[in-house]
Design a protein around this ligand. Structure first.
Ligand code: A2P
Length: 279
């Protein structure tokens, strides 16, 4: 699989398997096993998804060499701050049955409607991430759902520039300002919900484009993210879709196709404003 190079030189497989909303237990276990068998080497989970144990078991049972896989998990919002972050990291590692992580992300920034000292909380959490990174327990550290202003604030106190910002990104929801700040700081953008969680698959323009290219809207969305230098994390529990979402090399998107997608009206988004997320 192709890779992106992170700002610390670590290579990351260019498409990852997302596991948000895949329930713990048999479903997550089977989905990850399917994904590994289909050729994904990059798996994205989070403590709050509740499925780290099943994800870890599927990884272990696959028998695949750990060093050939890239595993990401995320710190949940109740665990922010220096000491709690260190403890939460150890818990995730243990649930995943791993002895190191490839990428650890702050899942959401603390925000000003919740905490007067929100920027200090984010800075303290990031110091713990830097410490874990310097100890060699994580190959790269980053953030998630950090819109432009939150990221800019974090960069003021960070010693290590985040390697990644994982945000909602798909046709109809581009977060241009945040993407621009990331890309100008060599921070790789990862796309959660690269298919708009299924909500944009019926869009007429995308359906017509998929028909013309003899492919599916899902594959168009994945290729579109990559065309923007963005790493997509498609999620699926359907074995055909799991395989299909890696098969994107038999069609091309022209500059004009990409322009058409970039100009689609806003649609299909979950909402990624940290102040509006109720936790
Ligand atoms: P399923 O699990 O049945 O495949 P996102 O990654 O944006 O969150 O989107 C995930 C949703 O899109 C899931 O509902 C998933 O359903 C569906 N999906 C994933 N891949 C495809 C695909 N290639 N074609 C159609 N639907 C897909």
């Amino acid at each position: 699989m192709k890779t992106f190079k992170l700002n610390n030189g670590v290579e990351i497989p260019a498409i990852g398997f997302g596991t948000w909303q895949i329930p713990e237990g048999e479903e997550a276990y089977q989905a990850v096993k399917e994904a590994l068998a289909a050729g994904y080497t990059h798996i994205d989970t989070a403590a709050i998804y509740g499925n780290e144990k099943s994800v870890g078991k599927a990884i272990k049972d696959s028998g695949i060499d750990r060093n050939s896989l890239f595993i990401t998990t995320k710190l949940w919002n109740t665990e922010r701050g220096y000491d709690k972050t260190i403890a939460a990291f150890e818990q995730s590692l243990s649930d995943l049955q791993l002895d190191y992580l490839d990428l650890y992300l702050i899942h959401w920034p603390a925000n000003e409607t919740q905490f007067a000292n929100w920027s200090d909380i984010n800075a303290d959490t990031w110091r713990a991430f830097e410490h874990l990174y310097q100890q060699g327990k994580i190959r790269a550290i980053g953030v998630s759902n950090f819109p432009k202003d939150y990221l800019a604030k974090l960069l003021e106190s960070a010693t290590i520039v985040p390697a990644v910002n994982q945000i909602e990104f798909h046709p109809g929801y581009l977060q241009e300002d945040t993407v621009a700040l990331c890309q100008s700081n060599d921070i790789l953008v990862q796309a959660w919900s690269p298919l708009g969680s299924g909500r944009i698959l019926q869009d007429e323009t995308l359906v017509a484009l998929a028909k013309e290219k003899n492919t599916s809207v899902g594959q168009i969305c994945i290729k579109f993210a990559l065309s923007q230098g963005i790493l997509p994390l498609p999620k699926s529990t359907n074995p055909d879709n799991i395989k299909r979402n890696l098969a994107i090399d038999d069609f091309e998107l022209t500059a004009s196709d990409i322009k058409t997608i970039l100009e689609l009206p806003e649609m299909g988004f979950s909402g990624s404003d940290p102040k509006k997320v109720a936790f």
